[in-house]
Design a protein around this ligand. Structure first.
Ligand SMILES: NC(=O)c1ccc[n+]([C@@H]2O[C@H](COP(=O)([O-])OP(=O)(O)OC[C@H]3O[C@@H](n4cnc5c(N)ncnc54)[C@H](OP(=O)(O)O)[C@@H]3O)[C@@H](O)[C@H]2O)c1
Length: 328
């Protein structure tokens, strides 16, 4: 049964996760308003109200939201968004108390601890400023939940893939494998990674709206499989029905370059495992992804070809320079 239509504010709405979320909310019949700086509103489906505003300008934010009433707010945009920015958004709508859903990250967990990371894993600043801002955002909302009863839900995704991905990850490997280029692998490429499809995340976020079981709670949301860095690329090659040649290199070689380019996706190189359990979301809310890692990659590959991205020019100069340093 469909939930009754609600008035929903999405901060962002025009790039990757937030655009998929807008589409999921529309499918559910909700009335959606987006708030962003107005760079790509041509991407929005019809029927969306738009507030043009920089969320980091709190006076502008208060004035844009003055008198507005929403049943739910998705605080999703990382601008980079501090705890003060998150608090300013939640407070701008007082005295009404809509359900605030905050898209945080799995990177709030201390990744020096053993895997898998659950919602009970201690948070920490392993991931520097990004983790610090996200933890501050979570805490600003949880404090308002505990002291003032604000309905709040924290969602912690990890690597997200799918059409329009702003992180240059799966398409990075499509670009190389389809052209018969080797894939450069930092070290052994054995660190574990976990990916979720953007539409599974968007559907899960939409389903949580107004769900009182999720008030005051945090949930990991991602796919149910983990894979090594090399295993991820092997699976991509299988989906593309192509062979892939791996060329391993010592990451210390990158120090020889003033401005090293990307060598293994945008943010997949780091030296630790990143594995998360989604048991809490499954057990408490019945949320399960519909994509496996292979089917998520296949869907994204279909989109990539439909958009003719296999024809786009790609600059391999940096990789060629790095390859020239490696023994054959
Ligand atoms: N992608 C991943 O793998 C991943 C993993 C874990 C967590 N996350 C989290 O997921 C969230 C969404 O990330 P995303 O990359 O998919 O981006 P997104 O939210 O889909 O796109 C950014 C949106 O925010 C708007 N925006 C940016 N700066 C703004 C500002 N100062 N004021 C108002 N609006 C602003 C942009 O529009 P304008 O430019 O027009 O303002 C755009 O609509 C982030 O919080 C990120 O930390 C992502």
């Amino acid at each position: 049964m469909m939930a009754p239509a609600m008035r929903v504010l999405v901060v962002g709405g025009t790039e990757f996760i937030s655009l998929a979320l807008v589409r999921a909310l529309i499918r559910e019949g909700h009335a959606v308003t987006v708030l962003n700086r107005g760079r790509r509103n041509d991407r929005l489906p019809p029927g969306i109200d738009v507030l043009v505003c920089d969320r980091k300008d709190h006076a502008q934010l208060r004035s844009a939201l003055d008198g507005a009433r929403f049943d739910g707010i998705y605080d999703i945009t990382y601008a980079p968004t501090t705890g003060e920015d998150v608090a300013a958004l939640a407070d701008a709508l007082l005295p009404s108390v809509p359900h605030v859903l905050f898209v945080s990250t799995g990177r709030v967990y201390d990744h020096a601890l053993p895997i898998p990371y659950s919602e009970a894993t201690p948070r920490g600043y392993y991931w520097g400023e990004y983790a610090r801002h996200k933890i501050a955002g979570e805490d600003a909302l949880l404090e308002r939940h505990h002291t003032r009863g604000l309905p709040v839900t924290i969602v912690r995704p990890t690597h997200v893939l799918g059409p329009l991905n702003t992180r240059h990850n799966e398409a990075f490997f499509f670009d190389r494998i389809i052209r018969g280029r080797p894939v450069l692998v930092p070290g052994d490429g054995g660190w574990l990674r976990q990916f979720g499809h953007v539409d599974d995340l968007a559907d899960a976020l939409a389903s949580m709206l107004g769900d009182s079981r999720a008030f005051g709670q945090a949930y990991n949301l991602t796919g149910e499989e983990c894979v090594t860095q090399v295993g991820f690329v092997e699976l991509i090659a299988e989906v593309l029905e192509r062979r892939v040649e791996f060329r391993h290199f010592d990451p210390a070689l990158l120090k020889r370059f003033d401005k090293p380019g990307l060598v293994f996706g945008q943010n997949l190189v780091y030296d630790c495992h990143a594995v998360y359990t989604t048991a809490k979301a499954r057990a408490e809310l019945g949320i399960r992804p519909r994509y496996t890692l292979a089917s998520a990659l296949r869907q994204t590959w279909d989109w990539y070809r439909k958009e003719s991205l296999d024809q786009r020019p790609v600059d391999f100069t940096f990789e060629d320079e790095l390859l020239a340093l490696l023994p054959r």
